[in-house]
Every structure is written in structure tokens, then in C-alpha cells.
Design a protein around this ligand. Structure first.
Ligand code: SF4
Length: 304
């Protein structure tokens, strides 16, 4: 049996966890390639107009995988870290099944829903049972996979702390969902341009999730979405150690459109720019906006 993992959306959050899990279970898997123009174009053609860019990217990756594996891995994650997710993650397996109904790909998923008191482990155990894997083997694989993901995140956060304390360049906090900043085809241009402008990028998403979610409560108690809580908490965590903030979002993201507005109103003492990307974007417009943004940061620091 071969599982196909789309290199899109939650892969950029849980990639280490998922690939280690399948390695430990001795299940073969195939990853779709890094996003490219063809994948985005195909995904955009398959999607309805209201789909957000990460969903279009996902559809392109799934299409690439169809015919190359036995199951396509699309978990349904409604809740995470005790808070709700954007509803697009809840509907994702259904979106895939409906979009590709003529090709009828088989979907492998685990469910983390609000009402089932099932945590992640129980959901994985159920998926493993479906795959014919014994309970003990599933538990061992789950523990190793969680530890691997945990070490990876800890190492990344520590590296970022080191960069924050050692860098003398302009430090720019990039506030973006993992699948926007992690996917080179989407967020890569911003990272490249910042480097060319001699800035260090600090990635909000790399900060410890639980710590940030707790911090986010001091900014907005009622903010519902887990990942936005994480990102807002990261702004609180880093705001005094960075020179500017980029709110990097993709079109049309419902959660970001509300949260970005709140962030811009709340943090008035630090330069902030909102960059909204869609599937048509080249880098010229972004380059000009980032150059102006760096000028503003330098002006604020009294360096112009
Ligand atoms: S949070 Fe925004 S970008 Fe992410 S899946 Fe939801 S609508 Fe799309």
C-alpha cells in the first residue's frame, strides 16, 4: 500500500509528525513535489472562485498524486490545541472527494472534531485500525512521531531566539500561516526580497504554540481560531525585539481579514504592512512595497 501526502496546507504544520508516523508504521508514502506554477494553475482551474489560495494549491497537489498511490492522506481537523480551526480544514476531505468525484480517489483520514472527546492519539489509533495495524504498534509509532515533531519545533524556536539576540540587522516579523510562509512558491519571494534588503526574517509561526496561544488572550480574549491565536501571541512575544511586522496573507482568507484589521489597530507603534498574495502574483509589486517598508523602518530607527 502506498499513501500520497499532498505537500500543502497542514503538511507545513505536521509534516514531520506524519512522515515519521508512516515511517514507523512501515507504510510507504509519496510526497507531491514542491508547489510550482503548473500545480497552482491546475488547482485554480479545479477550485470554485471562493476557495482560498492554499485550498487551490491543495487541489493541484492532490491531482498530481491521483494515480500514483492507493490512498490520499487528508485529515479532517476541526479542533487543535483546544480551539477551533478555520472551517476549511473541517471540510477539506469532502472538498477533495467532490472535486475529484469522477476519478474517485480513496481518501485516508483521521478526524479531530469538537464533540468527539477523541484526542489526536485516539483518532490516529482508529486510522491505524483501518489500515490493519495493531494497537501497540500504533501507539509506539504515534509516540515517536510526536517526539520527532516536538524536537523539530523546539530546535527551530531555539534557532530563532539565537537569531533575535545576535542579529544587528533590521528584524522583520513575518506573521503568516505555516502553509503560506513554508511553501516556497507562496512565501518564498518575501523571504528572498527581505534577504536582499539585508533584513532578518523572524517567523511568527516558529514561536512555541502553547505559549503564544496563552499570550494571545491578553490581546483578544474571544479570538476563536487556533492558528490565528498562535500568530497574534507571537506578535506579543516578539513585538519589542523586531523593527517591523509583515502580515502575509492569501486571498481570500476570512480569518486573516478580520485578525489583520485588529492587529493593525492594536499595534500602532511599530511599522506594519499587509501583503495579500493570490495565484497571479509576480514579485515586482511585493518588491516595491517591501523596499518602502524597509525605508519606513529605517526612518523610525533614525537611520535615514
Ligand atoms: S485560515 Fe485562511 S488561508 Fe487558511 S485555510 Fe482558512 S481561509 Fe484558507
Amino acid at each position: 500500500m502506498k499513501i500520497g501526502i499532498p505537500r500543502a496546507m497542514l503538511y507545513f504544520k505536521n509534516g514531520k509528525f506524519w512522515t515519521t508516523l508512516f515511517d514507523e508504521l512501515k507504510i510507504e508514502y509519496i510526497l507531491s513535489p514542491e508547489t510550482n506554477k503548473e500545480i497552482i494553475d491546475r488547482g485554480s482551474k479545479l477550485a470554485i472562485d471562493e476557495a482560498c489560495l492554499p485550498e487551490k494549491v491543495m487541489l493541484g497537489h492532490v491531482e498530481w498524486l491521483i494515480g500514483k498511490c492507493d490512498y490520499i492522506f487528508i485529515p479532517r481537523i476541526e479542533y487543535c490545541e483546544g480551539y477551533e480551526m478555520c472551517t476549511r480544514f473541517l471540510s477539506l476531505p469532502d472538498l477533495i472527494v467532490n472535486t475529484f468525484r469522477e476519478k474517485s480517489p480513496k481518501i485516508l483520514f483521521y478526524n479531530i472534531t469538537k464533540n468527539s472527546r477523541k484526542g489526536e492519539y485516539k483518532a490516529i489509533k482508529k486510522m491505524c485500525k483501518f489500515l490493519g495495524i495493531k494497537r501497540r504498534k500504533a501507539k509506539e509509532a504515534y509516540i515517536v512521531a510526536k517526539q520527532t515533531q516536538g524536537y523539530f519545533e523546539m530546535f527551530r524556536a531555539e534557532n530563532q531566539e539565537n537569531l533575535l539576540s545576535s542579529s544587528h540587522k533590521n528584524k522583520v516579523l513575518i506573521v503568516a500561516h505555516a502553509y503560506n510562509i513554508g511553501d516556497k512558491y507562496i512565501g518564498g519571494n518575501v523571504l528572498r526580497i527581505l534577504k536582499e534588503l539585508d533584513c532578518d526574517a523572524i517567523i511568527a509561526e516558529y514561536a512555541n504554540a502553547q505559549k503564544c496561544i496563552n499570550l494571545s488572550k491578553s490581546v483578544a480574549k474571544t479570538l476563536p481560531w487556533t492558528y490565528n491565536k498562535h500568530l497574534v501571541g507571537a506578535i506579543e512575544l516578539y513585538k519589542d525585539r523586531v523593527d517591523g511586522i509583515i502580515l502575509l496573507t492569501t486571498f481570500p482568507c476570512g480569518t486573516d481579514s478580520m485578525v489583520n484589521e485588529m492587529v493593525v489597530r492594536k499595534y500602532k507603534d511599530i511599522p506594519i504592512v499587509v501583503l495579500t498574495l493570490d495565484s497571479q502574483d509576480g514579485s515586482a509589486g511585493i518588491e516595491t512595497r517591501l523596499e518602502s517598508f524597509v525605508d519606513i523602518m529605517n526612518f523610525k530607527k533614525g537611520e535615514m
